[in-house]
Design a protein around this ligand. Structure first.
Ligand code: FES
Length: 121
């Protein structure tokens, strides 16, 4: 395993993504709320550039009193990466599909050290 430099920390602001190549792999490194996430930029559906999609809060059903459905709202505690080709949604936290957890993006470790962001490949 080797730590590959991605960019300076200041170049990757909250909600942004940088692509880095490692051999034949293209990896998207994202920053959200001070944490770093890295996934192979290849969707398990049909190979789309999943890391280049929208980063948005999960949409959850809102259940009111007596268990009555009252609509939907964003849940900002769970962010989703949305593949731009057909809209598959993956949890930013672990790369698993929002509905079918067996479908997932390939995950890598990403971190910052001495002002530089790295991904471990
Ligand atoms: S290729 Fe990603 S949703 Fe189809």
């Amino acid at each position: 395993m080797v730590d590959v430099p991605v960019c300076n920390e200041a170049e990757l602001t909250n909600g942004e993504m940088r692509l880095v190549r490692s051999g034949k792999r293209e990896i998207g490194v994202l920053r959200h709320d001070g944490r770093y996430f890295a996934y192979e930029n290849s969707c398990p559906h049909q190979g789309g550039p999943a890391c280049e999609g929208l980063l948005m809060p999960a949409v959850k059903d809102v259940i009111g009193e007596n268990g009555v459905y009252t609509g939907q709202d964003y849940d900002r505690s769970e962010m989703h990466l949305v593949c731009p080709w057909h809209g598959y949604e993956f949890r930013l936290s672990d790369g698993r599909h929002a509905v079918d957890g067996d479908v997932r993006l390939r995950k890598y470790d990403a971190f910052a050290r001495d002002g530089v962001v790295y991904v471990t490949v």
